[in-house]
Design a protein around this ligand. Sequence first.
Ligand code: GLN
Length: 490
Amino acid sequence: MKYFELGLREAVDLVRSGQITAAEILESYLVHIESADREIKAYLTLAFDRAMNRARKIDGRKEKGRLAGAVVAIKDNIVTRGLRTTCGSRILENFVPPYDATVVERLEAEDAIIIGKTNMDEFAMGSSTENSAYFPTRNPWDLERVPGGSSGGSAAAVAGFEAMAALGSDTGGSVRQPAAFCGIVGLKPTYGRVSRYGLVAFASSLDQIGPLARSVEDCALLTSVISGFDRRDSTCADRPVPDYLADLGSFQDRIRVGFLKETSLRGINPEVAASYRRVQQMVTALGFEVVSMDFPSWEVALPCYYIIAPSEASSNLARYDGVRYGFRAEAAELADMYIRTRTAGFGSEVKRRILLGTFALSSGYYEAYYARAARARQAITAELRAAFERVDFILTPTTPEPAFKLGEKQDPIAMYLQDYFTVAASLAGIPGISIPCGLTPDGLPLGLQVLSPPFAENRLFKFAFLLENNIKFKNNMNGINTRGRRKNEN
Ligand code: GLN
């Protein structure tokens, strides 16, 4: 086994006990990324020198943090001091932040090593990473296919063994959906669990940072490190952070698990439906009580999200005016400068969202669109809250279909439909985790989404860990050939 194949927990244990050095691990990544990323293209910026300096410092110290030697990739909408942060956009092409996001500070305080910044859909708007202003990222399981999005670079880096784990952001599914497409684990924490200080804002009432890793354990460890109160984010909750890793184990109480009614699986990909039914059988066989449930609001969650998210984005993105950050197109008049900068700096999906959002918020339309969507959001939240009176967890597929081919979804609505299962949790602010639950006959990974009540991440991890142990999805390196493509063996 090569060092870059080590899981995060394994690697950290070896480094902390002095059996290998962080520098040796990093060396191994250097060689692997050099060849694998030529095909996968997960990274926008690599920071090998910076990472090696950190590794040497960590190796030289006696006291080592909880993430000593962990090689972590960061989505490029999370700011890193002195390291370019583009948000996948031309408008921030040369933006070098003067400060670190809280999550980055917390990772580094525990001796994690940041290896680079990952590709993403511009401003996190998209589900395939094809909206990156730079290049698309490819799915390590099949290079003709997308890795999902918007945290597609983070997911592909982890699945392609180009990082042990990564951070992404999830506004409507951007951690969970790429995790599903790439056969890895991804968590969107409860809104307020993790500080958003230093996360470039897309839709502030929905945005949340979450980890992507190759196991539930690794996700749990990372979540413990990045969670917790932060004065610099007023939406960050002041609640104690459990040791999520130590909490993994069996349940003492009786667990009830909610599944979507058979009728709500109509219209989704048959492989996805079949794997969902297999999970239901497995959960029944494990002795849990299975409850079949109806969620009428699931139907309105998607349109509701596509009013609220663009509305907030149109306001958040007003700050890119060519004066304060990054790119500027010169012009004689100030108004012309704004227009030219934004015309050249934003891609078409970002412009579409700004237009949609501005329209939904404009006087005369506000009541019909934004206010209505806000009411729908309350109804969705109430429906989920009521559901959690009856069950402990709700299980759904993460995505309506497995990873699709690059260029396949030209129609924006077809792309938006990818978020069908993920946006309800975002609107309600509850946590959701995606874990791999099998492969299609073509060898593409499928994801299972597990939802829980707010701030119940400890139980969510526990249940996901139990499912993971029973599903036994293999995510090892035996399959990666010289092109970085994986041979499937599940
Ligand atoms: N795909 C969704 C969108 O385009 C979700 C994006 C996200 O979670 N950042 O808005």
